[in-house]
Design a protein around this ligand. Sequence first.
Ligand code: AMP
Length: 521
Amino acid sequence: MNLADLLLRQALLQPDGAAVFEGTRLHATHADWAARAAGLAQRLRAAGLAPGERLVIFMRNHPRYLELLWGAWWAGLVVVPVNAKLHPAEVEWIVADAEARWGFVSADVAPRALAGLERQVDIDSREADALLAPADFHAVPIAERAADDTAWLFYTSGTTGRPKGVMITQRNLMTMGLAYFSDVDPVAATDTMCYAAPMSHGCGLYAIPHLMAGARHVVPASGGVDAAELFALGRALGPLSTFAAPTIVRRLVDHAEAAGLTPAEAASAWKTIVYGGAPMYVADMQRALRVMGPRFVQIYGQGETPMTATALSRAHIADSAHPRHAERLGSVGVAQTPVRVRVADEHDRPLPPGEIGEVLVQGDSVMAGYWRNPEATAAALRGGWLHTGDIGTLDAEGFLTLKDRSKDLVISGGSNIYPREVEEVLLTAPGVAEVAVVGVPDPEWGESLVACVVAAPGAPQDAAALDAHCLAHIARFKRPKRYVWLDALPKNAYGKVLKTALREQLRGTPATPVPPSTPAG
Ligand code: AMP
């Protein structure tokens, strides 16, 4: 089994079919893409890189990203995709851990030579042109790979400790690709997948189902997320599909709203927006639906089961007449076709619907293990189930609602408080643009809740009003004891709020306690 066969198949079926765009400019047909991938594979082989060796990609989104991925797989190599926002020293740690010999970089993210690499190739250089020069793809054999061979060695974004290399196999990625059709969205050859989010992460992996379907791929000319550019690109190339973290979805919705677009006009730019990677608040999705119409699908996954744990379908998201619509929007949907999902107690015993425990996943999308780390592998995969570290609950129909990462759970006065629940409520208060709730040490309560609020433009900083809003919606003990207003929330490269950084930041930030007229407790 080799993912490179997906490219060969399309190159034979539709050699002249437009495959990759950079902005509105055609970068490659399917035959061009296969010829460059085959050329690269031939040269990697000639340079002595044997199947199974690691190749690092540390660059911004670039149309050549796809050629590198498929060229590496054609040669049987393992791709190590590195987040473009990492510090070079962090990348050097990954290079050493993965024992990668070659790296492809873009000069903007890797301005200097990375220690440990035998060869570092700037993607915009003549050297890269030569390595990617087309070869006769019929004549370059695709390396033999077993289904359980690693294809993608993904370093977890872990906010604490050293990242771990997650071994994602050929089978894992094939499974993820097929589950896209069954659980996310059918794809036509005329569709266009847009890479605005980092290609080093889940967004880049969505190249696989789109190549399976012979669709088109576009990397925005700016290489990033500019809402106006993306809407214009969608109107020019035909409606786009993309994957975006909730913060990016919000930016797209803000743009559509500010531009006064109708949902029908939004539909001319966007076919499908898949979101995930971090909580999407119910109020945000209700607004997104109002402004842009039914073009959203949610997925829940993690590096260890990429993009493939649960999905909340377009139909479920759009079914606003359903009596439990809001609850469903607050969930991450149901188990995707190739996996089983359960919620278990601390002894791994499955819990009945409604009870809260750790989310476990089993199936063909689940990693082979952590690279050279048998202890961590045994712990994460004990009993044959992936232990996600996420806390959640299943309902009687199989919808999974995530509470929080176990480490974000706050225990105050002996009661468990899931910050997500408090965040959902605060987001419905007037004047709150964004919010993150964290626990901080408290001599009396063990931990107490602090709400970090980004105010909507011009909105007052009114702790008493927010407290009254919480009192009207949730149990008294769940109310934040303090409010802090920030210009922005700290986020990682994928738009996830960094709660560890936030807790650290809070140590030095003055907070507004809730006024004494509404005693905290
Ligand atoms: P990563 O391994 O960096 O992709 O992070 C995966 C983690 O992101 C998961 O374990 C969840 O905690 C979180 N996550 C992923 N998808 C969702 C989602 N749809 N809703 C809420 N949290 C999510």
